[in-house]
Design a protein around this ligand. Structure first.
Ligand code: CU
Ligand code: ZN
Length: 183
């Protein structure tokens, strides 16, 4: 009777030890997935528009550095946002849906940090139709809820007033691009 008890005890130890190994093995596989450090977004014009460009996203200390270069814009301010879906298939880019807003915040100015994750404010084009903008965002990332991978960037026809809900009244979508993983 005593022997049987010892055998049962040994069995329990062996089974729990092996299942622990399986658990550890799975965990290891998960954590070894390579970290995303860079992403790119090529901007294409929507129907009857001409604006094109390139946006890069790079992990830096304190956030994600965003560098925007656009051309063939009308001179002046153009609202720019990350939108929820990485879907530029509709001719007016309506398929990209609304602003990327995982925290359920109100639309606003990026400097305030009390805005949508996707609120990038305004891009300012010169008389030559070119616009360049660089900033570091603390609100977006490449993993988890605030990940922008697979979402889109939209540049609008008009200025984002940074106040009107839910999207700043910035008018038609003139360019759309999908944010993809880079190296
Ligand atoms: Cu937008
Ligand atoms: Zn917004």
């Amino acid at each position: 009777m005593k022997k049987l008890g010892i055998i049962l005890l040994l069995l329990v130890i062996i089974i729990s030890a092996s299942s622990f190994r399986i658990y550890k093995g799975r965990k290891h596989t998960h954590s070894s997935a390579p970290k995303i450090t860079k992403a790119v977004c090529i901007m294409y014009p929507t129907k009857d528009n001409t604006a094109t460009g390139l946006i890069t996203f790079t992990v830096v200390e304190g956030g994600i550095k965003v560098v925007v270069d656009m051309q063939n814009l009308s001179a002046g301010k153009h609202g720019m946002h990350i939108h929820e879906c990485g879907d530029c298939t509709a001719t007016d880019a309506s398929s990209a849906q609304g602003h990327f807003n995982p925290a359920g915040a109100k639309h606003g100015a990026p400097e305030t940090m009390s805005c949508h994750e996707g609120d990038f404010g305004n891009l300012v084009a010169g008389a030559d139709g070119k616009a360049h903008l660089e900033f570091t965002s603390k609100m977006i990332s490449f993993e988890g809820e605030t990940s922008v991978i697979g979402r889109s960037v939209i540049v609008h026809k008009s200025e984002d007033d940074l106040t009107t809900q839910p999207s700043g009244n910035s008018g038609a979508r003139i360019a759309c691009g999908v944010i993809g993983i880079s190296k």
